[in-house]
Design a protein around this ligand. Sequence first.
Ligand SMILES: O=C[C@H](O)COP(=O)(O)O
Length: 329
Amino acid sequence: MSTVAANAPGAVGGGLADVAASEASLRRFLHGLPGVDAVGLEARASSLGTRSIKTSAKAYAIDLAISMIDLTTLEGADTAGKVRSLCTKARHPDPSDPGCPPVAAVCVYPDMVATARAAVEGTGIHVASVATAFPSGRAGLPVKLADTAEAVAAGADEIDMVIDRGAFLSGRYLQVFEEIAAVRAACRRTDGRPDAHLKVIFETGELQTYDNVRRASWLAMLAGADFIKTSTGKVAVNATPPVTLLMLEAVRDFHAATGTQVGVKPAGGIRTTKDAMKYLVMVNETLGDSWLSADWFRFGASSLLNDLLMQRQKLTTGRYSGPDYVTVD
Ligand SMILES: O=C[C@H](O)COP(=O)(O)O
């Protein structure tokens, strides 16, 4: 068992269920996690990024990466037409090749969920929606729960919530825990359809330290997150390999301590096939095969799909078709 898992109360008989019994116990637990060795973490992330994937392994990895994309549009200027065209692309990323897999999900604002739902109905592609006053998280809990409920009622399969970074950085961990648990409860449905899955976004570019990323990961998983997600894509620093590796390791340790499997979604700024391959190597090396599917790993990205399609075409035909081959986002 890893150092973190060995340090977890569940692993030493204390019971993880009691960790959030009070602000003091939650703080004691989160601050009792081992400090992150930044040099070691960055070296590990960098060495995993040098692995080369070629030929048939590359073809497999490109299709896997496509199938793991949450194809995203999160702009103030989004229209129903733009969302419908995103959904068309999500269903048939390469219209000339029926063998090209669809993406995992489309990710939109809550008011666009109904449009997206209608456009992907029956395809198996999920509709994900950002909620809880995305991207800042600056609203009271009733507003955040209404935001979530609107998206779930309109047919979202997945909710991507942002944490209150102000509360987290002020050390009000129980408030963040309770907010996540309340949003998790708002993801439930009473009409027999499966509950929406909850992805918890940390906005790691605002969390200041690797130690905080490790604490946020454990906090979110303890509160019931189905996935932990790095970023909104709306700040200067979004997903990075070291931060994602740290979150993968937290997921591994949480699984060792509790038996619960949690997914990971790096998001923001992932634009090239080369980058996507690095992330897949990290998942494989840290968590293994069981996480190498869209059920447990996603890329949150608006333009990565285009580069994957260009590389896919290159492998199939031996030449690049150029950016005009893929549809403009
Ligand atoms: O969650 C996904 C991000 O908002 C997309 O970011 P991106 O446009 O940098 O790919």
